[in-house]
Design a protein around this ligand. Structure first.
Ligand code: ZN
Length: 101
């Protein structure tokens, strides 16, 4: 049985137990993707830190109905730029390579 309360973002998890829970959610998410490989279509993965998340443009409902809800349960929204970088890695890159005046 899945509940929405169990879901929170990794970076917001302060305690070790919460982090472990978060890692377990990611593992369950991987199992879920293994069961429904077609749902990988809705998953973004950062090329740098390898973090996975669902595409922000994912619709409310995708076949088979509950799939979108489950993806939202297991993953967080993750937008990647044209290089395939998540926003955190993008920011890190921007800090390392300041734009020229
Ligand atoms: Zn990243």
């Amino acid at each position: 049985m899945l509940s929405a309360e169990g879901f929170y973002y990794c970076e917001l998890s302060s305690s070790l137990s919460q982090k472990q829970k978060c890692i377990m959610d990611q593992r369950e998410g991987q199992d879920y993707l293994t069961m429904y490989p077609k749902l990988r279509h809705w998953i973004n993965q950062c090329v740098a830190c390898q973090i996975q998340g669902y595409k922000p443009e994912m619709p409310e409902q995708i076949y088979p109905g509950v799939a979108a809800r489950h993806l939202r349960r297991y993953f967080r929204p993750l937008a990647v730029d044209e290089l395939g970088l998540c926003s955190q890695c993008r920011e890190a890159l921007d800090v390392l390579t300041p734009s020229k005046p």
